[in-house]
Design a protein around this ligand. Structure first.
Ligand code: ADP
Ligand code: MG
Ligand code: MG
Length: 209
């Protein structure tokens, strides 16, 4: 997977976030402050502009620029968290390598997960983006270990992210704004878990091109 692949991934996320903006905002209206869709749309619109202004030359540089831009442009909790995730992935891939293997991508996602967990203090089951990112990262690592091809491996990661997002519905939030609602957060999908699933759908879609 090369710089074109990672650029296409980020562009596909931006497109899907724009399409899914109202859905993500509705999820956040139920258990938050109704801005998750607009936060991410603003962030990824700025990311597209940054990538176009100075096209990065390596996969790691694409992800680092994405993360830095998200931190700069997104005010909500999700900005620093996703920003850290992409920056940690970029750092894990290195700024000089031109090609990323499936195992390298799995290792970079593991770094992203560690960064999000450290910054936000959430573990799986707290009803956050970690509930989608954790299972997806494990699924990708297992798939890479088994020697699956990229499409199969990214299928498994996407399915795990989607399942993890769905599994947040019956949970009570223990981190973030939704935790202020206590038991009233039960019965709604976490918006950040939903947007993480969207990012893994975008990754799978780009691998199938
Ligand atoms: P805000 O809550 O500041 O309005 P967003 O609405 O953009 O920010 O993002 C909310 C999402 O951020 C939540 O649905 C959740 O997935 C994620 N989130 C919030 N706090 C944390 C945390 N401490 N750790 C991990 N994820 C978190
Ligand atoms: Mg919000
Ligand atoms: Mg907010």
């Amino acid at each position: 997977m090369d710089v074109q692949f990672f650029t296409a991934w980020i562009e596909e996320i931006a497109r899907a976030v724009a399409d899914g903006r109202d859905h993500l905002t509705r999820l956040d209206a139920a258990i938050g402050d109704a801005d998750h869709g607009s936060n991410l749309d603003r962030g990824f619109t700025a990311v597209l502009a940054a990538l176009a202004a100075t096209p990065p030359e390596t996969p790691g540089a694409v992800l680092t620029l994405t993360g830095t831009t998200l931190i700069r442009k997104v005010g909500g909790a999700s900005g620093p968290l996703y920003g850290t995730a992409f920056r940690r992935m970029g750092a894990a891939l290195g700024q000089g390598d031109a090609d990323v293997t499936l195992a390298g991508l799995a290792a970079a996602l593991d770094e992203a997960l560690a960064g999000v967990r450290k910054l936000g203090g959430a573990t799986e089951g707290d009803k956050t983006m970690v509930d989608a990112l954790g299972p997806a990262t494990r699924a990708l690592a297992e798939a890479a270990d088994k020697g699956m091809d990229a499409e199969e491996a990214l299928d498994a990661a996407r399915d795990a992210a989607e399942e993890g997002a769905r599994a947040t519905i019956p949970l009570q939030a223990r981190k973030g704004r939704a935790s202020y609602l206590g038991e009233r957060s039960v019965g709604h999908e976490d918006p950040g878990a939903a947007s993480t699933a969207l990012m893994f759908r975008a990754l799978r879609a780009v691998a199938g091109r």
